[in-house]
Design a protein. Structure first.
Length: 390
């Protein structure tokens, strides 16, 4: 046997195993936070919130007679509901010292502590403090969150009311509801936000990875909510004008009746998911390489393909659909834009890299990617004409 030194194999072959880049997930748009005036029992002294997936757990912490339990039970009672899409309810008690914390201040305190997409509360703020309600609505929009709120004051259906002012300000991230019937918590105390929680529980349930899963809230039924006997044709017309959704009996069948005056819920919800998904896809494409994305057409093709996958997902779930491009605004090749939107529901374009402004290239910015997308919309009503021949 030779006594020659044994040399390491790395003199010939060197292997490096590169780690897989960690990808971001799309923010969960099927989550909500309840900001409550009630205090829990059994929490740690410094505990600021708790995440719930069952109403029984809320009953344990807040009591069967609490508004928190009544709201949570309504949220989870709907079919489908956020639990079917990995959603949850966060309950965040408002601070009480030196005085009761506003909901807006509580959101600011907690928004970077625990994630939630929607906001619920346990009081009728529009009735007690219309200016605070308007400010809260504006603040929620800046955070790209949604706010579900119900009023029991029929005056809030009138022009110039607190809810109508939300419509006038195009604050479509706030979904205004009205229910004049008594909705009671376990202690038989009026708690109108039970309706808001039921609406949110039914609404925040879309699995955007599925096929034809996108939904509208119009003509949907809510578990545990009775039709509002205070809404007749006059009140319904006012609600439609003010952009307020109501729960009524249509020929004896309980149904939600929605208004598009402040846009429809599904348009707002779907487009927020769409923007979150595009943002996440772009980040994951840029961060998912151990080298770099070249500032070339090849690199831009990869980036646009990441965005196209989200467009395809939106099309599959029913958010987008092929149709005519009716906007006067076009970009890229107008003929290609109209053809692609008609055939597949979207068109993705970026300016050629060679035409990029040198200053942007030096900053390593990608050319702006523009997407034309056609919403699938929804059918909410129908007129029928019958021609009879004898």
């Amino acid at each position: 046997m030779s006594d020659a030194p044994v040399l390491d194999l790395t003199n010939v072959i060197s292997v490096s195993v590169l780690p897989t880049a960690t990808a971001l997930g799309v923010p969960n748009v099927n989550t909500a936070a309840l900001f409550t005036q009630e205090a829990p029992s059994g929490w740690a002294v410094d505990q600021a919130y708790a995440i719930y997936k069952t109403p029984s757990a809320v009953a344990t912490d807040f009591g069967l007679n609490s508004s928190a339990y009544a709201i949570a039970a309504s949220f989870f009672a709907q079919t489908p509901n956020p639990l079917t899409t990995n959603g949850y309810l966060v309950i965040i008690p408002r601070l009480t010292a030196p005085s009761l914390e506003t909901v807006q201040a509580a959101i600011l305190r907690m928004k970077d502590v625990v994630y939630f997409f929607a906001v619920l509360m346990d009081e009728e703020l529009a009735t007690s403090d219309a200016s605070a309600f308007a400010a809260l609505s504006t603040y929620v929009k800046t955070l790209k969150k949604m706010f579900f709120y119900c009023s029991s004051a029929v005056s809030d259906l009138q022009p110039g009311s607190a809810l109508d002012l939300i419509r006038q300000a195009s604050q479509s991230y706030t979904r205004c509801l009205y229910h004049g019937n008594a909705l009671l918590n376990g202690a038989s105390v009026q708690q109108t936000q039970i309706f808001a929680a039921a609406y949110a529980g039914r609404a925040l349930s879309t699995d955007f990875s599925g096929s034809l899963t996108a939904a509208t809230m119009h003509l949907k039924q809510l578990s545990g909510i009775t039709p509002d006997v205070t809404v007749g044709q006059t009140q319904l017309t006012l609600a439609q004008t003010a952009g307020v959704d109501v729960y009524v009996s249509i020929s004896g069948v309980p149904e939600l009746f929605t208004s598009g005056s402040n846009d429809y819920f599904d348009n707002v919800y779907n487009l927020l998911w769409f923007s979150f998904a595009l943002q996440t896809a772009g980040f994951n494409y840029l961060a998912g390489t151990n080298t770099k994305i070249p500032q070339t057409e090849e690199g831009m093709t990869g980036l646009k393909d990441a965005y196209r996958k989200i467009c395809e997902q939106a099309k599959s779930s029913g958010v987008l659909a092929g149709g005519s491009w009716t906007s006067p605004d076009t970009f890229g090749d107008p003929e290609s834009l109209r053809r692609n939107v008609l055939d597949i529901g979207y068109y993705v374009y970026s300016q050629p890299v060679v035409q990029q402004v040198p200053a942007d290239r030096e900053l390593r910015k990608a050319p702006v990617v523009q997407i034309a997308a056609k919403l699938a919309g929804a059918v909410h009503s129908s007129n029928v004409i019958v021609n009879v021949n004898k």
